[in-house]
Design a protein. Structure first.
Length: 218
């Protein structure tokens, strides 16, 4: 396969963004931080440390970071056995695989969370590789997660498309030199995704599948 379709997972393939918002909100609340949910929503897609820094600022007590992250992980773990894949995700990935695309996941999830996400997607036979947070030093919006996904696929940036749902995804893909496709199912407005680098935007994976023949993944 000489072309790669790289996918973010949370909010793009699996309907988890608002679970992350709720569990981060509760983790902050337990640590006596008042962080509005709309601000957390905009930060979803960043790695844990970057998300905390984005929301609490660089002058925060950084010794709290690990406790906040652990609290979020514990709260989110309550949902791992019932994470909902978005409609037609498996069909989309299998179709791309049949069409000659190397399908690679690029996600900040790892360990049990990543395993649960892959179970929800239920298309392992179509997934060539996964670039997780364990594999990179810097998460999105740095280009490293997408660049590592391309290395795993053995495909140059000009032969790849990256699909994601956040501005962090679009910035990471753009910095890695790949074409970017946005989806609205993560809750981020079309204009924000386009401004961050999306060349095309679809409602969700089902919409992308329905329009596949005239999309960047044709």
């Amino acid at each position: 396969m000489d072309r790669a379709a790289v996918f973010d997972v949370d909010g793009t393939l699996v309907d988890t963004n608002h679970l992350h918002v709720t569990t981060w909100w509760e983790a902050f609340r337990q640590a006596e931080h008042r962080v509005p949910m709309h601000a957390i929503h905009r930060a979803v897609g960043l790695g844990s440390t970057d998300l905390i820094a984005h929301l609490l600022g660089e002058d925060r007590d950084k010794e709290q970071d690990s406790r906040l992250s652990a609290a979020h992980t514990a709260l989110y773990a309550q949902y791992l056995d019932r994470l909902p894949a978005l409609q037609n995700v498996g069909r989309l990935l299998r179709r791309l695989h049949r069409n000659g695309w190397a399908v690679v996941l690029a996600t900040s999830a790892s360990g049990p969370e990543l395993s649960a996400l892959r179970r929800a997607i239920d298309a392992d036979e179509a997934i060539a590789a996964t670039a997780s947070s364990d594999d990179v030093e810097e998460g999105k919006p740095a280009p490293e997660p997408v660049a590592h996904a391309l290395e795993l696929a053995g495909v140059p940036a000009e032969r790849a498309v990256f699909v994601g749902d956040t501005v962090w995804d679009m910035r990471a893909g753009s910095r890695a030199g790949v074409r970017c496709v946005g989806v609205l199912c993560g809750g981020i407005p079309r204009a924000d995704l386009e401004q961050a680098g999306a060349g095309a935007v679809y409602d969700d994976p089902a919409h992308l599948l329905a329009r596949l023949t005239d999309s960047p993944l044709a």
